[in-house]
Design a binder for this molecule. Sequence first.
Ligand code: IPM
Ligand code: MG
Length: 359
Amino acid sequence: MSKTILLVSGDGIGPEIMRETIKVMDVIEQQFDLDFEYDEALVGGVAIDAAGSPLPEESLAKAKAADAVLFAAIGGPKWDTNPPDLRPEKGLLGLRKELELFGNLRPAILYPQLAEASSLKSDIVAGLDILIVRELTGGIYFGQPRGIRTNEAGEREGFNTYVYSESEIVRIGRMAFEAARSRGGRVCSVDKANVLEVTMLWREVMTELAKEYPDVELSHMLVDNAAMQLVLCPKQFDVMVTGNMFGDILSDTAAMLTGSIGMLPSASLDKNGKGMYEPCHGSAPDIAGQNKANPLAMMLSASMMLRYTFKEVAAAEAIEAAIGKVLDKGYRTGDIFREGNTLVSCEQMGDAVVAALTE
Ligand code: IPM
Ligand code: MG
């Protein structure tokens, strides 16, 4: 039976990296005898321009109906001064919330070929394999009340609410513990329990939950220390679990350890394994339309989709192996280019991955 995948190309480099990824998916579909049907939807800046909303009803309905969503990138300077509800980011956050994609898996894996592209010394990052499990539909990103108001002194003030219920903490905790079981068996829960009550509860709930997973080792770390440890000694981590905002920040740090944020995919999952798959990077407006973007994180996101939603592990591995081969050959987009490599465009990178799949 055919599976429906909703493509959200979005803004900036989004359409370019999506195009290359579909080229790869077309080959995979044939090679593994799969049957995908693609639909497309506008979300983000393009949706604001075309329909006056970052997440038009029609796009949301398509996302709900699809078996999985492939999401490229949204945002750009054109919409940066829009009021909060008319910002491209609202489209992405709306999809996450409406589809109840509470569990965000962000693997930071260093391809051995890219050790030199990391900003850290290669012995510190060689073999790096961290999984950041970020809570995605709660915390300060969604807490109410929020807004900008005028206070009693007549001064404007901005405010947000950092809130997590116990059940929200438990379900993301379970995802992290389960993931650790199939990896190194260790979970580090990141919080700010020395200051914030919401994360005092987070730490307490994680500690209680750990009793159900005696085979997994749980540790706790304060977020400021975690940021430091990630650049000091990143290989100490196996699975890191944290809230929405800390996860946003730490996953960018982890990304740079791997050479470029252009290499990092992510999966955002609901409780049934339905997911939205997106690269961790943004829409890179500075290079949009120039055929310079790195499409590999988008392709690796498609690979995560094959693995997590469609359970097509061999197909997922084929994409990863093809990317490995392309890196072996020395092909690099600008973000991961070092002397001695062959600089390629976004499109050439797509062609190279297709060639590696079929050779
Ligand atoms: C991410 C991005 C988003 C986030 C933005 C675009 C809203 O930075 O997916 O990490 O903050 O979650
Ligand atoms: Mg981010």
